[in-house]
Design a binder for this molecule. Structure first.
Ligand code: KET
Length: 397
């Protein structure tokens, strides 16, 4: 019956992370997957999230189904976090938010919505982008193409080429944009560049789909939603998928959301209805537990304050690791420019290592980075950063 089913080639991120788990070497270093590890190399349980969990568990033992769109307290809290409670688009009822199975689930529900209501539209993603973007949108039957983004010569952004490509895109093309902490390059648009991009999106009648999986890891929780609020204030219609995997360290709880900013409240009602219909035919309703932790942290003033401080701690630890890796490598290989470790933002740096060099890092030194050259800086700590720099210097020499 299943003889025609071909073997799965594996996923460039998850399969490498699994390979790391099976590697028997004690000194192995995992810089593959986008997970924040603390200085002890552990995935933290944030104290604010732990406190929220104790309260949530103490209050209710019942496990009802959530509505298709998720829990009302979660949806409102997330909408306020992203768009601001007092912003016009929110006050006008133009924004709808549903709770999804991680932001991956939000991307997929959004992709299905696009396929159904914009059947002619393709999606443009940055070159490069998170590997799974292509899989999610192609999996929904949408044609994926790229716009120029990363400049390998400068380690920065090809902003003019990006604008030029988007200026040529067919009307109603979907444009996938990373709000902050671009995955995999760590290269973001400046606020000024976002302002210059906006008229192109408007004039070409493009439909932005914003992915924000690292809110708080760039400049700050509020600062990192600059682009989302700029677009919402402009009256543009767009989609946003966001994640609490990283900034609340809730990976396995699958906490995310999909928001759609609509032209008016009446259209918003219909859009919400179709998102619900899509959820119902896919997985029916989202899971309960993790979303309640998120809602509690976001709405309890004390927990919210603690969480914001914890995010600062995580961000600053990554920045310290960036600095240390930069300094050790610069000392080992003088004359080479490693400043990209300092300018790139969020969890990742794009090292420019080729696949053969990445394989050497893994095979000879037990240092796992993606074969694209993406390194998860959040996997470095005071005990492995030196060894990582040694290994990198060896394969670069
Ligand atoms: N968007 C981006 C840009 C992203 O990097 C991830 C995860 C997600 C969405 C998914 O988030 P979630 O809410 O957990 O569904 N990225 C890391 C893990 C993964 O590939 O799943 C990574 O790039 O390593």
């Amino acid at each position: 019956m299943f003889l025609h089913v071909e073997p799965y080639a594996g996923d460039p991120i998850l399969s490498l992370n699994e390979a790391f788990g099976k590697d028997p070497r004690v000194n192995k270093i995992n810089l593959s997957i986008g997970i924040y590890f603390d200085d002890d190399g552990k995935i933290p349980m944030l104290p604010s999230v732990r406190a929220a969990e104790l309260k949530v568990v103490a209050e209710s033992g019942a496990r009802p189904y959530l509505p298709m769109e998720g829990a009302a307290n979660f949806r409102t809290a997330v909408q306020h976090l992203l768009f601001g409670a007092d912003r016009q688009a929110v006050l006008d009822g133009r924004v709808v938010t549903i709770q999804t199975v991680g932001s991956s689930g939000g991307l997929r529900v959004g992709a299905d919505f696009i396929k159904r209501y914009f059947p002619e539209s393709g999606i443009l993603v940055s070159d490069p982008t998170w590997d799974n973007h292509r899989s999610v949108f192609e999996g929904a039957g949408i044609t994926v193409s790229t716009y120029p983004y990363y400049d390998a010569d400068t380690g920065g952004l090809q902003f003019d080429a990006m604008l030029a490509a988007l200026s040529q895109a067919p009307a109603r093309s979907v444009v996938l944009l990373h709000a902050c902490c671009h995955n995999p390059t760590g290269v973001d648009l400046s606020q000024d560049q976002w302002r210059k991009l906006l008229p192109v999106l408007q004039e070409r009648e493009l439909l932005p789909f914003i992915d924000i999986a690292y809110q708080g890891y760039g400049d700050g929780i509020e600062e990192d939603v600059f682009a989302i609020r700029l677009l919402a204030d402009s009256g543009l219609s767009f989609l946003v998928a966001n994640s609490f995997s990283k900034n609340m360290s809730l990976y396995g709880e699958r906490c995310g959301a999909l928001s759609v900013v609509c032209p008016d409240a009446a259209q918003a009602v219909n859009v919400l209805g179709q998102l619900k219909a899509n959820v119902r035919r896919n997985y029916s309703t989202p899971p309960l537990h993790g979303g309640q932790l998120v809602a509690r942290v976001l709405t309890d003033p004390d927990l919210r304050r603690d969480w914001e401080a914890e995010v600062v701690t995580m961000r600053e630890r990554i920045q310290a690791m960036r600095r240390q890796l930069h300094d050790v490598l610069s000392a080992k290989l003088p004359g080479r420019d490693f400043s990209y470790f300092l300018t790139q933002r969020g969890m990742f740096s794009y090292t420019g290592l080729n696949p053969a060099q990445c394989d050497r890092l893994k095979d000879e030194f037990g240092v796992y980075i993606l074969r694209s050259g993406r390194m998860c800086i959040a996997g470095l700590n005071t005990r492995n950063v030196e060894a990582t720099a040694q290994a990198m210097a060896a394969v670069l020499a």
